[in-house]
Ligand binder design. Sequence first.
Ligand code: ATR
Length: 291
Amino acid sequence: MKMKINGRTKVCGVIGKPIAHTMSPVIHNTLACELQVNLAYLPFLVEENIASAIEGAYHLGMLGLNVTVPYKSDVIGSLSEIDELAEKIGAVNTLVRQDTGYKGYNTDLPGLYRAMESDGVHIAGEEMIVLGAGGAARAVAFMCAAYGVKKLYLLNRNVEKARLVAKEVNDKSEREFVIPMALEEYPQLPNKKMIAIQATSVGLSPNVEDVVIADSAFYDKIHTGYDLIYKPTNTKFMELVKANGGVAYHGLKMLLYQGIIAFELWNETIVPEDLVNMVYQKMKEEMGINE
Ligand code: ATR
């Protein structure tokens, strides 16, 4: 289907620095075309002065924006309202137009949740492992709190950082469910198979042979592994999960669903699953991924 732009076309876009690599225009313009929504989505390189950019976007009547690196926390100062999960995480990637300004959401983590659900992986009531205690891992821990994970073992090289994240997430979610551990303490994990999320930067291209824990005894405790990395689409972590009989997924679907959820927020709609799959294929084609 062809896109038609006219006097009533609503405009959305993504702001960041750099921005040329973004997949978001593919996601949103495909959804708009297929669902016959009169919306156009463009990339905007914002070199500096993010607050003026947001103000300008609002006064230009833009329906919404996605926000990417390095502005996900800077943008919070320009919002009229913020969603509860986004506030806890301290990072906003989606702005939705309201009467008095933009409301900020974080759709990255609900995106991971929707990706997991679509893979048939349900985290409510589960005990889980998260590798890392940086920005991504911390956000994952808040997502686990929001979606009812029973217990979370948070393993990090710097155990002090793991302790800080655990304390913050436990305090804000008012339950003691995150247990901080040093990486080398993995033999003390319970002897059962769990879901694990790899939320460090280790294994990212070009360092594709790197992995946070290499011992196969660790992977005996994992039945399902998610790597937030999607370059490469088969990380060493994923390989080790699979080599020990588990199922492993990369982070590309999370990227897809953060966009799907943003589109749903802007247009007050639900994107049907067959269309989600079609957009996913399109994204993979665009990125030269054929699996
Ligand atoms: P992001 O925003 O992607 O989470 P970050 O906040 O810089 O990035 O966090 C990077 C994460 O990867 C941290 O958990 C970091 O561990 P430390 O807190 O101990 O530094 C982890 N990481 C990076 N390089 C690592 C390595 N070589 N071995 C183990 N963990 C590593």
